[in-house]
Design a protein around this ligand. Structure first.
Ligand SMILES: Cc1cc2nc3c(=O)[nH]c(=O)nc-3n(C[C@H](O)[C@H](O)[C@H](O)COP(=O)(O)OP(=O)(O)OC[C@H]3O[C@@H](n4cnc5c(N)ncnc54)[C@H](O)[C@@H]3O)c2cc1C
Length: 426
C-alpha cells in the first residue's frame, strides 16, 4: 500500500476524524487549523466549571458513525441519553409538542388539520425512495398532497425563520431526512437524544490526543492562505508565512473558505450558499420554561429557537443555574447580523419577555453572543452536492454542503471523513 503524505485543512470534527482515520491506516498526516484551538463548531468553554458548547448540540440514536467513533476512542461512557421535551411557540404561547396528545391540545391547528399533520408525518416517514421527494420543494409537496393548512400553520413559519425569503424553495429532502432521523431516535414512543458528558468538545479533544500520540501533527494558528500544485505536489502557504508540501490534500472548509484558498475552483461553486446563525448563550439564576427545545413559529419574536440546555442535561452540574440558548438564522448581509452584541441581546431579551411575562432581566447572570457565518447549508429543490473528488487529482473536499441528503451534523462530518479516508487508502 502506498503511504500518503496528507495535508488536511480545517480541524473541525470532519478534519479531526479524517486525520485519526488516516493515521490508523498508516498515512502521514498534518492538520492545519487557523484558530488557536481544534474542534471548529464544537468549541466549548467552562461555565460553572462545566465545559459548554458555544452552539447547542445533541446527537441521535441513529448516529452510527458518531457512536462507533466514540467506542473506538474509549469515550462511549461519556454518552448520556436523555428524553427530549419539545414545544412549539405560536399565537403567544409555548405549546408542548412531542406526543399525539400534545398535538390534540395544539389549538392553532383545526381538528381536521391535526389529523392531517399526523398523517403527513407518517406519509413522509414512510417514503423510502429519495427520488420521490427530490422533485418537490417542501411547500409544493404539502400543497400537492392536500396538507396546505399544515404547511401554512406549522412549517411555513419555521422555514421562514430559518431560510427567510428562500423558505418556499427549500427541498423537501431537507425536512424528509430530519423527520426520518427523529423517528429513529424514539424509544417506547419517547424521543431520546444524546449529550456528551463534558460537552461534545470532548470528542475533539479525544481525537486530538489520539492523532498526536500516533505521530500526526496538528498546527493551530495556521490558516492556509493559498494552495497550488507543482509537478504533482501540493504547495500550501500558511498565514504565518510557512510553506508545506503534500502529495494529497483534503479541504474540510465551508464553501466560501474553500473557494478563497483554491482560486482555481470553478465559479459554479457560488451556488452553494449558507444561512448564517446568531446564537446567544445566557446563564440565568432561574429556569425560563419547562421545555428543552422550543421551535418558534411566530414572526413577532426575534429568534427562531429557544433551547433550554439545562432542561435536557439537568442543572445540577451548573450549580442550579439555567443555560439558555437563543438561535436566529439569517443572511449574513442582513442588518440584524451586523448589529452589536448588546443590540442583539437587547432584542432577544424583548423576545423573551414576550414568551414569558415572568422573565426578568435581573435573572441574567451572564450573556454571550456567537456568530457562525456558514452555519446552515441552503438546500433548494433540485440540489446537487459538490463532488468529494475534485477535478484536481488527489485533492478532496468535504463540507456541510456534501452531506446531502442529510443536514449538517457531527455524524455526517464523521461519515464523510470515513469515506475520504477510504478513497485515499484505495
Ligand atoms: C447553532 C448550531 C447548532 C448545531 N447543532 C448541532 C446539533 O445539535 N447536532 C449536530 O450533530 N450538529 C450540530 N451543528 C452542526 C455541527 O456543529 C457541524 O456540522 C460540525 O461541527 C461541522 O464540522 P466541520 O468539521 O465540517 O466544520 P467546522 O467545525 O466549521 O470546522 C472547519 C474548521 O476549518 C477551520 N478553517 C477555516 N478556514 C481555514 C483555513 N483557511 N485554514 C485552516 N483552517 C481553516 C475553521 O477554523 C474550523 O475549525 C450545529 C451547528 C450550529 C452552528
Amino acid at each position: 500500500m502506498k503511504k500518503h503524505n496528507v495535508g488536511i485543512i480545517g480541524a473541525g470534527v470532519a478534519g479531526l476524524a479524517l486525520a485519526y482515520r488516516l493515521i490508523k491506516l498508516g498515512h502521514e498526516v498534518t492538520l492545519y487549523e487557523k484558530n488557536k484551538f481544534a474542534g471548529g463548531q464544537l468549541y466549548s468553554f467552562p461555565i460553572e466549571g462545566e465545559n459548554t458548547e458555544i452552539y447547542y448540540h445533541h446527537t441521535f440514536m441513529s448516529d452510527e458513525n458518531f457512536i462507533s467513533l466514540c467506542n473506538e476512542l474509549g469515550i462511549e461512557n461519556k454518552l448520556q441519553w436523555f428524553d427530549s421535551s419539545m414545544a412549539y411557540y405560536s399565537n403567544g404561547k409555548q405549546f408542548p409538542f412531542g406526543t399525539p396528545l400534545d398535538l390534540l391540545r395544539f389549538t392553532p391547528l383545526k381538528f381536521m388539520d391535526k389529523i392531517k399533520f399526523g398523517i403527513s408525518i407518517f406519509h413522509l416517514q414512510s417514503i423510502k425512495n429519495i427520488h420521490l421527494v427530490e422533485s418537490f420543494s417542501a411547500k409544493e409537496w404539502f400543497y400537492e398532497k392536500g396538507y396546505s393548512n399544515v404547511w401554512d400553520v406549522i412549517w411555513e413559519p419555521l422555514f421562514k425563520l430559518k431560510f427567510a425569503e428562500l423558505a418556499d424553495e427549500i427541498s423537501l429532502v431537507w425536512l424528509w431526512d430530519k423527520l426520518i432521523k427523529r423517528g429513529k431516535s424514539r424509544n417506547s414512543g419517547k424521543e431520546k437524544l444524546c449529550y456528551m458528558e463534558g460537552s461534545f468538545f470532548e470528542l475533539a479533544l479525544a481525537l486530538e490526543k489520539e492523532i498526536i500520540s500516533s505521530g500526526g501533527t496538528i498546527l493551530t494558528n495556521t490558516g492556509i492562505e493559498k494552495i497550488h500544485k507543482e509537478d504533482g505536489v501540493f504547495i500550501l502557504n500558511t498565514s504565518n508565512m510557512k510553506r508545506f508540501e503534500h502529495d494529497s490534500v483534503v479541504s474540510t472548509l465551508s464553501t466560501k473558505h474553500h473557494q478563497d484558498i483554491f482560486k482555481t475552483e470553478p465559479s459554479h461553486l457560488q451556488k452553494y450558499d449558507y444561512q448564517s446563525a446568531i446564537c446567544a448563550l445566557l446563564v440565568l439564576n432561574k429556569p425560563f420554561s419547562q421545555f428543552y427545545w422550543t421551535n418558534v413559529g411566530d414572526y413577532a419574536l426575534p429568534f427562531g429557537g429557544i433551547i433550554e440546555h439545562t432542561n435536557f442535561v439537568g442543572k445540577e452540574k451548573y450549580a442550579g443555574k439555567t443555560i439558555l440558548y437563543l438561535s436566529k438564522y439569517l443572511d449574513k448581509k442582513s442588518a440584524f447580523y451586523q448589529k452589536s452584541n448588546d443590540e442583539i441581546l437587547n432584542d432577544f431579551y424583548l423576545g423573551l419577555e414576550k414568551v414569558n411575562e415572568q422573565f426578568e432581566r435581573k435573572s441574567i447572570l451572564d450573556a454571550y453572543v456567537f456568530k457562525q457565518p456558514d452555519a446552515q447549508p441552503i438546500v433548494k429543490k433540485g440540489y446537487n452536492p459538490p463532488q468529494i473528488k475534485t477535478e484536481i487529482t488527489n485533492l478532496y473536499w468535504i463540507s456541510t454542503h456534501h452531506v446531502y441528503p442529510h443536514d449538517r451534523g457531527i455524524e455526517y462530518g464523521i461519515e464523510l471523513a470515513n469515506k475520504v479516508a477510504d478513497y485515499i487508502n484505495e
